[in-house]
Design a protein around this ligand. Structure first.
Ligand code: BGC
Length: 753
């Protein structure tokens, strides 16, 4: 690693956070009723200073809160609102609120939910609304009998590679959150998919920080455009389920700064994410909620984050003093640890200033996002609207990945042509079940689910027969039906019983293998009928190489949401062009990936994961990160770079490559142009290539288009462990454009001086 003395240029601006100095322990105050914050009481609330009658008595108390001068960062956080007035109002409230009231703002109200939401009571008499939280990220996690739109899981939406589509999904989810009486959506999950056996793989977007950051920025913008607060979770390095409450994740500083954190920073800087949830696990020996380096030095001091940090639930807070002094502001779902705050103030470990710091951040979020002026009303009719169901279907259509499409008798097997089909036989354990994801905190109950069988039947509409065989072992009659079919569709992969959030669900996957009886079913079908199509549903990568050779077509459909069956049929029949691209690598075998040990109390995360690891090992994947076929074909023709020289001292410089691509096929194509960067002359350890930008374009048959793909010079930065800053190394960078991580063959050179 080079140090800054060798000419590397530090650039991440440091924003200061007011750091209150310790003050003498104040008197405690009497217990007051902070009100239930019930649904109707967030009506147009007067935000002026309370009248004396509203102020709880706190006999003899004289308390002067620290003054707070808004910074550029606070003003940016409060976009559109008067930050100075809000900070002054908070200062007044800190003077007025008793310590007991402050504590009540700093923890959830109950271990369970109150009318679907996790409640953080406010102080309505003082115009403080509190928070009403509900889980995402595949929709709004209302409790049955209430219903909400089950969108495709985030990993499948990640395969859309379309942040603007994700922004629409975020806005729709926020509308549904509001209709459930919530003001905070506990999403997005943006933990790097270090290994596809992670039980919550389905909840996140990617194995890659650039792709993850772009999707997160889209989602957060969408959610917050509706006045709902988005929560980035779980900060940080939460990528193992079974030991999530205790595992100590170790990694070197570069791995942390370059792989596990940049997407969090981007969602804060580019989308003004309001809040962050600390992770359950330890990072480098300290529980994340106790990790001052993470919650204060990086998040606040370096990134200038002005929002609040909420704990993960129940087992996510480890002691009031260590958590508060590290930078945690809110314990959820109730004050299991924060109940000790009065004792710790009494013994001098904490001061009221420590409470003020947290309360200021919590109030800032409430006032800057206008929660005090919001009427919270439960309106179930605003969920599962026609528009939201259509969006769920569109998100699945745009994300399903076509992995293989063999040619039989001179034509590719897909798309299917309804006019040429007599019978389609449908097999597989996921064909006729509502397979929309795990049973963990992100579970969403839709009114109904369109299974693949339903989708195919709707598509057939009498034009051909759809025969469903439910058994995974085929008797003689079933084999004959398979043999005689015009095509066979097997819907298989994982179920909620294979993977999911721990405690509430299955936890980590036992392996990447498809269940043995399903492999046997695929083989049996392939032996009878060459037109066997497999639709794979799962959180992330499964191993297919041992059985996919004879399969005519293969698709990855994640957990496709309540409209998934329609979307799968749309893709199979070419009603939409397949445009999904894998947001993870599918290895030939699990052993090709870094080891995954979900029993150990301690694990070291390596610098290279996913495609970065496979490429370093020179191990070809079965299907590469970024890969996906379409029904057309696209040729990458050229790349040009407007400014092939740049100065490392100007980190915001935009680097724009123009990539020319031609649709050489007969159908419309939606192509995702991916731009990877290598720095082979660098003396720093690097991945063989890193995704740094991507851009999507629709191309008419025969047309040639030029696609601008942009990134900022700062995106090339690496963490200098000596200077302890992100720095841009002056060296030669090779920009590599192409359709996926293995075929980025167009090359251009960028020299950074
Ligand atoms: C999960 C969080 C979730 C919270 C509330 C925790 O177990 O890790 O992601 O937001 O529960 O449901």
């Amino acid at each position: 690693m080079r140090s800054s003395t060798l000419g590397l240029v530090p650039f991440f601006a440091l924003f200061g956070c007011a750091s209150p100095t310790p003050a003498p322990a104040p008197n405690d105050a009497q217990e007051i009723n902070t009100d239930s914050g019930a649904l109707s009481d967030a009506q147009e609330i007067n935000t002026d200073a309370p009248s004396p009658a509203d102020v709880p008595s706190d006999t003899g108390r004289r308390y002067e809160p620290e003054p707070f001068v808004p910074t550029d960062a606070t003003r940016a956080y409060c976009a559109g609102r008067d930050a100075a007035a809000i900070e002054a109002r908070i200062t007044g409230l800190l003077q007025t609120l008793t310590p007991t009231q402050k504590r009540s703002l700093m923890a959830g109200a109950a271990l369970g939910r109150t009318e679907d939401v996790w409640l953080v009571r406010g102080v309505p008499a003082l115009g403080i609304p509190g928070f009403r939280m509900i889980d995402g990220p595949r929709g709004v996690a209302v409790l049955p009998p209430l219903r909400a739109t089950a969108f495709p899981t985030a990993m499948l939406r990640g395969a859309s590679w379309d942040p603007s589509l994700e922004e629409r999904v975020g806005a729709a989810m926020a509308n549904e959150a509001l209709s459930a009486g919530a003001t905070v959506l506990l999403a997005p999950t943006i933990n790097i998919l270090r290994h596809p056996r992670w039980g919550r793989a389905q909840e996140t977007y990617s194995e890659d920080t650039t792709h993850m950051g772009s999707m997160a920025v889209g989602f957060v913008r969408g959610v917050q455009s509706r006045g709902v607060l988005a929560t980035l979770k779980h900060f940080a390095a939460n990528s193992i389920e079974n030991t999530r409450h205790r595992v100590d994740v170790r990694m070197d500083p570069r791995t942390l700064r370059e792989v596990y954190l940049p997407h969090f920073r981007r969602a804060i800087h580019e989308a003004n994410a309001s809040s962050v949830m600390s992770a359950y696990n330890k990072l480098d020996g300290l529980y994340c909620d106790n990790n001052r380096q993470l919650l204060t030095e990086i998040l606040r001091d370096e990134w200038g984050f002005q929002g609040f940090v909420v704990s993960d639930w129940v087992l996510g807070t480890h002691g009031a003093t260590p958590a508060l002094t590290a930078g945690l502001d809110l314990e959820m779902p109730s004050p299991l640890e924060f109940a000790m705050i009065p004792t710790e103030i009494a013994n001098g470990a904490l001061s009221e200033r420590d409470l003020d710091r947290a309360v200021r951040r919590l109030l800032r979020a409430q006032f800057c996002f206008g929660l005090d002026a919001r009427t919270v009303t439960r309106m179930p009719e605003l969920r599962e609207t026609m528009a939201h169901l259509a969006l769920a279907r569109e998100a699945a259509q745009r994300s399903i990945v076509l992995l293989k499409n063999a040619t039989i008798d001179t034509a590719p097997v897909l798309p299917l042509d309804a006019s040429r089909l007599r019978t389609v036989v449908v097999l597989g354990r996921s064909a006729a079940v509502a397979n929309i994801g795990d049973y963990g905190s992100s579970a969403v109950p839709p009114s109904s689910v369109v299974t693949t069988l339903d989708g195919l039947r709707a598509r057939a509409a009498g034009a051909f027969d759809v025969v469903h065989i439910a058994s995974s072992t085929l008797d003689a009659a079933s084999l004959a039906a398979v043999r005689a079919a015009s095509a066979v569709v097997i819907v298989t992969g994982s179920l909620h019983s294979d993977e999911g959030e721990a405690t509430l669900g299955a936890g980590d996957r036992a392996s990447l293998a498809l269940a043995a009886e399903e492999v046997a079913l695929v083989r049996a079908a392939v032996a009878e009928n060459p037109r066997t199509i497999v639709v794979l549903e799962s959180g992330a990568a499964l191993e297919t190489a041992s059985w996919d050779a004879g399969v005519a077509a293969l698709l990855w459909a994640g957990y496709p949401g309540s409209q998934g069956g329609h979307a799968i049929a749309d893709v199979l029949f070419g009603a939409v062009e397949p445009s999904g691209r894998l947001p993870f690598s599918m290895p030939v075998r699990e052993a090709d990936l870094p080891p995954f040990d979900n029993t150990s109390e301690r694990v070291t995360y390596e610098f290279l994961q996913g495609y970065r690891h496979l490429q370093q090992q020179r191990t070809a994947p079965r299907f590469a990160f970024g890969f996906g076929l379409s029904y057309s074909s696209v040729r990458y023709e050229s790349i040009t770079l407007a400014t092939p020289d740049a100065a490392s001292s100007a980190p915001e410089t935009s680097i724009e490559a123009t990539v020319t691509v031609r649709n050489t096929g007969a159908r419309r194509a939606r192509e995702t142009v991916q731009l990877y960067v290598s720095a082979t002359a660098s003396t720093t350890v690097r991945a063989p290539r890193d995704l740094r930008a991507f851009s999507q374009v629709e191309i008419a048959p025969g047309a040639t288009v030029t696609v601008p793909v942009r990134f900022a010079l700062r995106d090339l930065a690496v963490y200098d462990t000596t200077a302890r800053r992100m720095v841009i190394e002056p060296t030669t960078y090779e920009l590599q454009a192409g359709p996926d991580s293995e075929r980025a063959t167009l090359r251009a050179t960028l020299t950074v001086r």
